[in-house]
Design a protein around this ligand. Structure first.
Ligand code: S3P
Ligand code: PEP
Length: 418
């Protein structure tokens, strides 16, 4: 559905209460499915990526009762064969195959057309290196079938996770259930999204799993994953467009319940706001973002927090000085090739964005209205909404794609502009 991006006549002044973190919800679901007893996930994100994760675990033999405030998970009792729809969720296509390896039958994985283009070779090769049979068509991508054999020995394993940190997280999440645990090394280009790996290690340790780490190396001891009831934090990556609304309009946005300590990549919004010239202040459990009078250009390495790039690029396109966003070549394998998509769509509105091998350069340019394609990427829709705050006549193609991680996005965004 085409959606006219709201365009306020004054600076925004709003409070937002965000839905739960995708990354935390999907880790909590996987660990609950592997645990030694039932667990409850309070305030889970209910969105396409987390529903797909729950469905995937159910198809492997878990039970997930989904209530409005909490989801109750009963661990997997392996069933024969399974079909897993990964949609376009990186966490489902990377985290679930190693879980299926512990099952008792074939599990076939497939997803949206674009999912078949996302990098999966490391998932396939790492499972084979662990002695698991995987049938694929040799392209290193979905679809493929993992043949569960009840137990995986584990031990030493070296992978190249430079295309996605999710390859490392996926193996670590399941590693305590391998007979010998796992001594995992990453070798290759630099590993992106380190906060997401830190989140994986935190969540394992909270459930009694012993993990030792050194740069590029993780040792997970075999043992039970203790059942644990958890409460999911608000999704700070999805806070991005709201933080950006304060920055882009010189306004003020209060984000409710911003955690004081967190592994979420989106916590970097506090530093990013400052880089653009804005301010963030804690007020009790909230974070209050105040926008600057003039939005500054930025020179940022986003390697650790790549998923924040689309909204950062939208802000950079509105800034008064030039910007450089680096360290994000791996975004070409995200929901879409985000570097190409951002350059094409911002330039369609009159922008001056150039693709670089590992990022984007963005020069100030007067923007005008027009249709902004999203390429089924929730964060492209967020970027368009941010530009629409300052540029009249921005029309977002397929705002429904935000349902991947934030089904209520358009309604919540509409409340920014009364
Ligand atoms: O583990 C996770 O929950 C995620 C890891 C990151 O993936 P990449 O390392 O592929 O960027 C991030 O971009 C994605 O949105 C979620
Ligand atoms: C890269 C992202 O998602 P995924 O989990 O599908 O990789 C994202 O949400 O920005």
């Amino acid at each position: 559905m085409d959606w006219n991006a709201p365009h306020p006549s004054a600076a925004v002044d709003a409070d937002v209460l965000l839905p739960g973190s995708k990354s935390q919800t999907n880790r909590a679901l996987v660990l609950a499915a592997l645990a030694d007893g039932p667990s409850t996930v309070h305030l889970p994100l209910a969105a396409r990526d987390t529903e797909l994760m729950a469905d995937a675990l159910v198809s492997l033999g878990a039970r997930v009762e989904r209530g409005p405030q909490s989801w109750s998970v009963t661990p997997i009792e392996p069933v024969g064969s399974a079909e897993v729809d990964c949609g376009l969720a990186g966490t489902v296509m990377r985290f679930v195959p190693p879980v299926a390896a512990l099952g008792t039958g074939p599990a076939r994985f497939d997803g949206d057309p674009r999912a078949r283009e996302r990098p999966m070779a490391t998932t396939i090769s790492s499972l084979r290196d662990l002695g698991v049979r995987v049938d694929d068509d040799g392209r290193g991508s979905l679809p493929f079938t993992v043949h569960g054999s009840s137990s995986v020995r584990g031990g030493d394993l070296t992978v190249d996770a430079s295309a996605s940190s999710q390859f490392v997280s996926a193996l670590l999440l399941v590693a305590p259930r391998f007979t010998e645990g796992l001594d995992l090394r990453h070798e290759g280009g630099s590993l992106p999204s380190l906060p997401h790996v830190a989140m994986t290690v935190t969540e394992l340790r909270r459930r009694g799993v012993v993990v030792d780490e050194a740069p590029g190396r993780w040792h997970v001891r075999p043992g039970p994953v203790k059942a644990l009831d958890v409460t999911i934090e608000p999704d700070l990556s999805n806070a991005g467009p709201f933080v950006a609304a304060a920055l882009a309009t010189g306004g003020r946005v209060r984000v409710r319940n911003w955690p004081e300590h967190t592994d979420q990549a989106g916590d970097a919004w506090r530093d990013l706001a400052a880089a653009f010239g804005g301010r963030t202040d804690r007020d009790g459990s909230d974070l209050v973002v105040t926008g600057p009078e003039r939005l500054a250009g930025v020179d940022l390495d986003l390697h650790d927090v790549g998923e924040l790039t689309p909204v950062v690029a939208a802000l950079a396109a509105l800034a008064e000085g030039p910007s450089r966003l680096a360290g994000i070549g791996h975004l070409r394998g995200h929901e879409t090739d985000r570097l190409a998509a951002l350059a094409t769509e911002i330039n369609r509105l009159g922008g001056s964005v150039q693709e670089q091998p590992d990022g984007l350069t963005i020069a100030p340019a007067p923007l005008h209205g027009g249709r902004f394609e999203t390429y089924d990427d929730h964060r492209m829709a967020h970027a368009a909404a941010v530009i629409g705050l300052r540029v009249p006549g921005v029309v977002v193609e397929n705002i429904g794609t935000t349902a991947k991680t934030y089904p209520g996005f358009a309604d919540d965004w509409g409340r920014l502009v009364p």
